[in-house]
Ligand binder design. Structure first.
Ligand code: GCW
Length: 708
């Protein structure tokens, strides 16, 4: 039904006035109900808790905020607690300078807070380190208080976010006694953002950084970015793409980077930049970028000095060299270590570091199996890097595939600090369309036992035990209103930060926290979203590249399947190079009878991967070439197992659709509808993968499809 205006225009005007009046009166009443839920607030939503009893309980333990730290970080703490507590409790929680009543939250360091100083916690706080904190229920002059204490303001900020999380997830705050400190020192987001605003492998709109408006006009969004990161402990951001423009280091662009650093600093986030190895030539007009040339070394030193004048806490350089067409020291017959050490030397006086990527596979001369090349190039350099240089390796030896075994460099370079690089952006897992919760993948990686120092030498331990420690995640953020393009992709940003802080957290625990903060505490919502997320990565592996298949995606966008691709000039861009399917069988033989990539792993890992019986079935076709009729542990042949897995993956998406439907009316309609649409697209994507791959493989083996 619609209203038809057949009468005089005056009626129409009156009608409009009435309508506006009605809206003006009614809308504020429903402000909360109709507030746009566009995902912008991420997991920091702080909506009023509806349970009045709980609000009362919480209010008794969060009645005032006492932050005497007036540094920019202290101000950020106060502001966040005011915003968070007032929002959650539905009334203004005042910030005061002294404890005036029961339920005060006292936040700070022994230096900034006399109350905390009086508790004589220095030894404990020092042991927790600069980023650590403790939260304790305590007493002050007969009053009940909660202290959030740390050695540094940054630690106190992390503690404040932890405290807010307790309320957001409806936790206990009456009797607190907890201490936290991160297991890794550097917890970074790597942005593959270009100066022209595009984002390599970005699926959430243009770059967050508006270079043309910087440094004069910092977008208010930068602060929300910093808040979100600080809330999960991320303490660094590499602003730009590893395929790096030399222009990024121009005087003008450094000023822009400095403006971002100024916004991030109160939130404990340092800025890092990538360095194009040829910058001295391209920007400095030197005839060479040879690391042995004194002019080149001098150029980098001066550049480092210039950067630190603008950004005194600059983190350092991330470098992709001699990989995928990027310049590097090998252009001058120097090694990766020569290149990294030159930059390390320039940064060392300022306390900066170099993260030198091990993602190299340029030359088939190194080895015909691409999976082996990084190890072959880097392992011999162990012990040759300066002490402020990290080698940064991707989780697996190929390239952010849906599932890979851990990279053999982890555990193989005991004298070199290794930084792990994960990919949060879903380059090979459905971009920002597919709901794929990646924490289970990262857990599998971090818990992989390298056996480098005997049993229990997990990747996590290797990372944690070097003299410099760190982890990086390729960001999935962009200018889309909901930051990540897909509301559930926010969970991967969140999970990366939480695992970087503490890899012992379970994927479920992280998903539980995230979903409570992002979708709400209704038990049905929590249960259902968790159930959807839990198996979503395995499902994606199944509908894209099950049982160890890899790199069979279409070459440009990496969204669609293309198992038929043959590239005669560059075999490693051929899908057929990876799956090696023919009439008899399928899979890449990386055992002794094949490329012997297994030999790059310590014993007994290599034996496990090499053995048909012991190799995890999830990685079977990564390490073995098998007959189509080979009988898997499930009792199905390889071919039937493929059919089964591809279908299983698709079915999981259908199941997620049905699960999501049950939340109709239980989550806000805006995000409900957006996700419903995404899940519909995911099903099309998953079915396309299944159908394309199975049809292609069937065209090779001529076997009938498994019927269910
Ligand atoms: O996964 C590949 C991507 C490239 C990326 C490269 C890398 C930034 O397809 O887009 O380049 O890895 O990690 O350097």
């Amino acid at each position: 039904m619609y209203l038809k205006f057949s009468s005089a225009p005056r009626h129409r005007i009156r009608f409009c006035i009435f309508f506006r009046w009605l809206a003006a009166v009614l809308l504020p009443l429903f402000a909360n109900a109709v507030r746009a839920e566009d995902g912008y607030r991420l997991w920091l939503r702080y909506d009023k808790i509806s349970d009045a009893q709980l609000v009362e309980n919480y209010s008794a333990h969060a009645g005032e905020i006492v932050v005497q730290d007036n540094s920019p970080t202290g101000n950020a703490i106060r502001e966040e607690l005011e915003r968070g507590l007032s929002g959650l409790l539905g009334h203004a929680i005042p910030a005061t300078n002294i404890v005036t009543k029961n339920g005060a939250i006292v936040v700070g360091t022994p230096e900034s807070s006399p109350v905390i100083a009086g508790l004589r916690l220095d030894a404990e706080l020092n042991a927790l380190g600069d980023d650590g904190y403790m939260i304790r229920s305590a007493a002050n002059k007969g009053r009940r208080i909660t202290i959030i204490a740390a050695k540094s303001s940054r630690g106190a900020l992390y503690g404040a976010f932890h405290f807010l999380r307790l309320l957001q997830t409806r936790g206990e705050i009456a009797r607190l006694n907890l201490s936290e400190s991160p297991k890794l020192q550097r917890r970074l987001l790597d942005h593959w953002d270009n100066l022209n605003g595009s984002v390599e492998r970005g699926y959430a709109g243009k770059s967050l950084w508006r270079w043309n408006e910087l440094p004069e006009k910092p977008d208010p969004r930068y602060k929300d970015y910093a808040r979100a990161n600080a809330s999960i402990g991320i303490n660094g951001a590499v602003l730009n793409n590893v395929n790096s423009s030399p222009q990024q280091l121009s005087a003008e662009n450094l000023k822009k980077a400095a403006a971002l650093a100024d916004v991030f600093r109160p939130y404990g986030i340092r800025v890092y930049l990538t360095a194009n190895f040829a910058t001295p030539k391209k920007l400095g007009h030197l005839p060479t970028a040879d690391p042995a040339d004194p002019r080149v070394r001098k150029w980098w030193k001066e550049k480092a000095d210039e950067i630190y004048r603008l950004i005194p806490d600059f983190g350092g350089f991330l470098v992709k060299a001699n990989s995928e067409g990027q310049p590097g020291p090998q252009d001058y017959h120097r090694t990766h270590a020569d290149g990294a050490n030159m930059l390390g030397e320039a940064l060392a006086p300022h306390g900066g570091i170099v993260m030198w990527r091990a993602f190299v596979y340029n030359s088939a001369k190194v080895d015909s199996d691409r999976a082996k090349r990084a190890y072959l190039e880097f392992k011999p350099l162990d012990g040759k890097f300066r002490d402020n240089v990290f080698v940064q390796a991707k989780n697996g030896p190929i390239d952010f595939q849906p599932r890979e075994p851990f990279h053999p460099l982890f555990g193989a370079m005991p004298k070199t600090p290794l930084m792990a690089e994960l990919e949060i952006t879903q380059e090979n897992m459905g971009h920002s369309t597919d709901l794929v919760y990646l924490a289970p993948m990262w857990k599998e990686f971090l818990e992989s036992d390298t056996y480098a120092n005997g049993k229990g030498s997990t990747v996590a331990k290797i990372l944690e035990s070097s003299r410099m420690t760190g982890i990086a995640g390729v960001a999935n953020t962009g200018r889309d209103r909901n930051w990540c393009g897909n509301d559930f992709a926010q969970a991967n940003w969140y999970a990366f930060g939480r695992l970087a802080w503490n890899s012992d957290l379970s994927a479920d625990q992280i998903a539980g926290e995230w979903t409570r903060m992002t979708w709400g505490n209704d038990p049905d919502v929590v249960k259902t979203t968790l159930a959807m997320m839990r198996g979503s990565w395995e499902a994606c592996v199944n509908y894209e590249m099950p049982i160890g298949l890899h790199h069979i995606m279409e070459g440009g966008g990496h969204y669609d399947p293309a198992p038929q691709t043959v590239n005669r000039n560059a075999p490693e861009y051929s899908a057929t190079y990876y799956h090696k399917a023919d009439a008899n069988g399928i899979g890449f033989d990386r055992t002794q009878t094949g490329s012997d990539a297994v030999a790059q792993y310590a014993s007994p890992v290599r034996d496990r991967f090499a053995s048909l019986e012991a190799c995890p079935s999830e990685l079977l076709l990564w390490f073995h070439h098998l007959s189509w009729d080979y009988s898997m542990k499930t009792g199905r042949t390889v071919w039937d197992e493929l059919c089964f897995r591809y279908n299983d993956g698709v079915n999981y998406v259908k199941q997620m659709q049905a699960q999501w439907e049950t939340l109709h009316g239980k989550v806000d309609s805006e995000r409900f509808e957006a996700m419903k649409k995404k899940l519909g697209e995911q099903l099309v994507h998953a079915e396309n993968w299944r159908d394309t791959c199975l049809r292609y493989f069937q065209s090779v083996n001529h076997k009938p499809f498994l019927r269910f």
